[in-house]
Unconditional design. Structure first.
Length: 380
């Protein structure tokens, strides 16, 4: 057996010439076996960490030591895929897993907290300590966070004028719907029970911007609070007369239903107009776009378009984060990978720049470099 192993590994074969020579060659064979096992271990680790990684992340390292970055998210609403768990049973954002598996320049950790707490933790930190932080910020929160404004139940403890845009991740859209065919307009909601997302969610800020600052009916409705996933059941059970909730999620240019089955023909939509969205942005600090959802029009057998209002989420960082770090981070964040990173798709630059009222001065210089090199069509 020993001689067979020696032939396979190229180590010297053992000859039983003497007691000492036999044991000397036994030691040599053991050392050969040890070296082979070490090489096999290194090889498996290298292949596991680099196989099928996006080519943009396998570039030559720009420094000898990797730069640590921290990703602050809210959970599955803020990320592209479900988070995995690390050895300590804590959630890991998919971007963190990709960076730690493939990036030659960065290492990353995940921190989970809702807004505004997700930013308030930086209120009294120096610029140096803010460096390397990448935070999921909603289009509803951006201006409020930068200017320290907003309601008391969603308050920022300090202004964050040094926030800079990196790249958009998620677009949701809110719809207003009912099973009651007698409710045909916003005015018909007066005196009715309306399901809204619970405070202090940023989603609630968007809803109140319309109900208070656009339609002026907030004090005329009966408010019942739910999580988004509970609202459809509340409407089914007759607990409310109408619900206002995120109903679609944009993914790779496709509109995917969430929280609701759009094949139902008993759903009655109350359309949100382009004017409603424009007025909401004029009267409040929220940022949003108007979206037409043709699938809802078909299911409701309506001739007019069904209008929705968008809710976007993007990665932001601070001005103190080095340009190279932002550039490397964006190289990773633009990829959507399978849980085992065996396959990855690329998010288009146009999609990464899908943000209401985006201006060049808001974009971090490191991200600007990335978009210029990619030749982004919609670069501001």
């Amino acid at each position: 057996m020993i001689n067979a192993f020696s032939s396979a590994t190229g180590c010297p074969q053992l000859e039983r010439r003497s007691f000492f020579s036999f044991y000397a060659q036994m030691i040599i064979a053991s050392l050969c076996l040890f070296v082979v096992l070490v090489l096999m271990c290194i090889s498996s680790r290298v292949s596991a960490s680099t196989i099928n990684c996006p080519s943009a992340l396998n570039l030559k390292a720009t420094s000898q030591t990797k730069v640590p970055v921290s990703l602050y998210i809210e959970g599955t609403l803020s990320v592209l895929h479900k988070s995995s768990k690390d050895e300590n049973d804590s959630f890991v954002a998919p971007e963190v897993k990709l960076i730690n598996s493939c990036s030659q320049n960065l290492t990353a950790k995940t921190f989970i907290a809702p807004l505004p707490e997700r930013l308030n933790i930086f209120a009294h930190q120096s610029k140096e300590k803010r460096s390397g932080a990448f935070i999921n910020v909603s289009s509803v929160d951006q201006k409020m966070a930068m200017e320290k404004k907003g309601p008391s139940w969603h308050a920022y403890t300090a202004p964050f004028p040094d926030l800079r845009f990196v790249g958009a991740t998620v677009r949701l859209a809110h719809g207003l719907l009912t099973f009651n065919r007698e409710i045909n307009s916003v005015q018909d909601l007066a005196g009715k029970r309306i399901g809204l997302v619970m405070r202090p969610s940023s989603l609630r800020l968007l809803q109140e911007a319309l109900l208070i600052s656009v339609w002026g009916i907030y004090d005329q409705i009966i408010i019942k609070e739910y999580s988004p996933g509970e609202m459809s059941e509340a409407l089914e059970q007759g607990e409310v007369d109408a619900i206002f909730l995120p109903v679609i999620r944009e993914n790779k240019g496709k509109l995917l239903p969430i929280n609701l089955d759009f094949n139902r023909t008993d759903v009655h939509w109350i359309s949100i107009s382009t004017t409603d969205v424009k007025t909401a942005m004029e009267n409040t600090l929220i940022l949003a776009d108007h979206m037409v959802f043709p699938e809802a029009t078909k299911s409701a057998n309506k001739k007019q378009d069904i209008g929705l209002i968008t809710f976007d989420v993007a990665w932001f960082t601070f001005t103190s984060t080095p340009d190279d770090v932002v550039y490397d981070f964006l190289q990773a964040a633009r990829h959507i990978c399978s849980p085992d990173i065996n396959s990855c798709s690329t998010i288009s630059t146009d999609r990464l720049l899908l943000w209401p009222k985006l201006e060049t001065r808001l974009i971090h210089p490191g991200a600007q470099r990335f978009y210029r090199e990619e030749g982004a069509i919609s670069y501001p």
